[in-house]
Design a protein around this ligand. Structure first.
Ligand code: SAM
Ligand code: SF4
Length: 465
């Protein structure tokens, strides 16, 4: 199994043909596809191509409503929170859209020491974070990739008050199978890697130097990660580089390849849109910008296409866009983010950041906003720590695991946040949402949730089922 060294499953001609055919699809056929999406068994490539062709506001509204219902049925009101932790901006690649690219001599380069990483972690814990996405450029200090492994150990070792980081996901450059095994042994949750663009010609134009020039090495990264036993992987593209419809279909083909090869697909999909980045002309004027209207559409389409795959919305987006997409299928959001190494300790928007952020609010402001919108901010890390990952997660998710387990766990983790980190206004909004959620739950699940919350109120921490 696995072992692919070329992304043979990506057929640009086939994608172009699907998109051309989709232009002839009528409203009746779109409505049939939306009904199929509501069955929550996912959609095939031709269905996805057809939904990408939706232009009329009326059909777009029906698409959003279908996505909202699927999100509500599978995920309920939960939104999982995390923050990125940039450990280094050293990089030997030349990605034209990124401030960390090797030719950017004006960027202040910095690889944090283990003490500095511990300090950043402490600050995040003191804000109430429990999940971190470790991020680094593709060049490591003297010890090589061991630097990343050591950093993971450091982050997990930090305790502050009642808190600690309970799950580290990692967004680092593609590795070989042996190094992926070391990353797994270090205890990561999800391994994340964005293809940036699945369009080969665009990829070649945007990646001018370094290891990342090799399209196939990157496009086959999940084969190697999964072969190494990492079964939660997260994909994404950098929207703005090529036609968004092409990218969505290419992601679907990659997921189909993973399902055929390993029996299950992707744990998460991220949907980063390109943001301005220090000294980058490409980032200042993306070749294929995605409008807000299309962006919402693509989130809704992904929700219907792969209903059990989490969708991640980062702080690249403004608070308004983030709010608009919560309803349509987003299940994880970052908050209070800094994209420069040392950004939490320095507490200023530095020139060493990777790109500009759209949402500058603190974690607590985001939590309060999310709660006031009626969502449950979740800091839960139970699935990965109880071994519910990869195929096990997917198999259990389908008959309703998320509702039975994640909902009570989310409430318990939110109660922990409210008691340990929240101010009065957030406590009030939070208590309201918890009480509404408990009231709306199936009685048996509600009882379980109440039991967990009571334990937290009595002083226990990190309780889950
Ligand atoms: N250096 C590694 C790599 O490229 O795989 C890992 C992390 S890189 C710092 C994280 C991601 O940031 C990239 O995969 C890219 O999609 C995204 N990124 C780079 N420049 C960006 C920009 N101008 N706006 C938004 N996202 C950007
Ligand atoms: Fe380096 Fe990643 Fe930025 Fe490319 S996207 S320049 S590989 S940090």
């Amino acid at each position: 199994m696995g072992g692919d060294t070329s992304a043979h499953w990506l057929d640009e001609g086939k994608i172009a043909a699907s998109l051309a055919k989709a232009d002839t699809v009528d409203a009746g056929q779109i409505r049939e596809i939306l009904s199929k999406g509501l069955e929550m068994n996912g959609l095939d490539a031709s269905d996805v191509a057809a939904l990408c062709s939706v232009e009329s506001p009326e059909l777009a509204a029906e698409l959003f409503e279908a996505a909202r219902r699927v999100k509500e049925d599978i995920y309920g009101n939960r939104l999982v929170l995390f923050a990125p932790l940039y450990i280094s901006n050293l990089c030997s690649n030349e990605c034209l859209y990124c401030a960390f690219r090797v030719s950017n001599k004006q960027l202040a380069r910095r690889a944090l020491s283990q003490e500095e990483i511990a300090r950043e972690t402490e600050i995040l814990i003191q804000q109430g974070q429990k999940r971190i996405l470790l991020v680094a450029g593709e060049s490591y200090p003297e010890e090589g990739f061991g630097y990343v492994l050591k950093s993971i150990d450091t982050i997990y070792s930090v305790k502050s008050g009642n808190g600690e980081i309970r799950r580290i996901n990692a967004n680092v450059a593609p590795l070989d199978v042996e190094t992926f095994k070391e990353l797994k042994a270090a205890g990561i949750g999800t391994y994340q890697c964005f293809q940036e663009t699945y369009h080969r010609e665009t990829y070649a134009r945007m990646h001018k130097a370094g290891r990342k020039r090799d399209f196939d090495w990157r496009a086959t990264v999940f084969d190697r990660a999964m072969e190494a036993g990492i079964d939660d992987v997260g994909m994404g593209v950098l929207f703005g580089l090529a036609d968004w419809k092409f990218e969505v279909l290419a992601m679907m083909d990659t997921i189909t390849h993973m399902e055929k090869t390993f029996g299950f697909g992707c744990h998460t999909i991220s949907v980063p849109r390109m943001e301005p980045a220090f000294g980058s002309d490409v980032a200042a004027a993306p070749p294929h910008p995605v409008s807000d209207a299309d962006f919402k559409k693509l989130v809704a389409i992904l929700r219907l296409a792969v209903p059990y795959t989490g969708i991640i919305m980062s702080t690249r987006e403004s608070a308004d866009i983030r709010r608009a997409t919560f309803d349509m299928g987003v299940s994880q959001i970052s908050a209070g983010s800094r994209t420069n190494p040392g950004g939490y300790s320095d507490n200023e928007v530095a020139e060493s950041q990777q790109f500009q952020l759209g949402d500058h609010r603190s974690l607590e402001e985001v939590v309060r906003d999310v709660a006031e919108l009626g969502f449950v901010p979740s800091f839960c890390t139970a699935c990965y720590r109880t071994g519910r990952t990869g195929k096990d997660f997917m198999d259990l998710a389908k008959p309703g695991l998320i509702k039975r387990k994640c909902a009570p766990n989310a409430l318990a983790s939110f109660e922990e946040y409210l008691l340990d980190y929240a101010g009065d206004a957030t406590k009030t909004s939070g208590a309201r949402v918890i009480s509404k959620e408990l009231g709306d739950m199936d009685p048996a699940v509600g009882k379980l949730a109440k039991g967990l919350i009571d334990k937290v109120d009595q002083g226990r921490r990190d309780v889950f089922c």
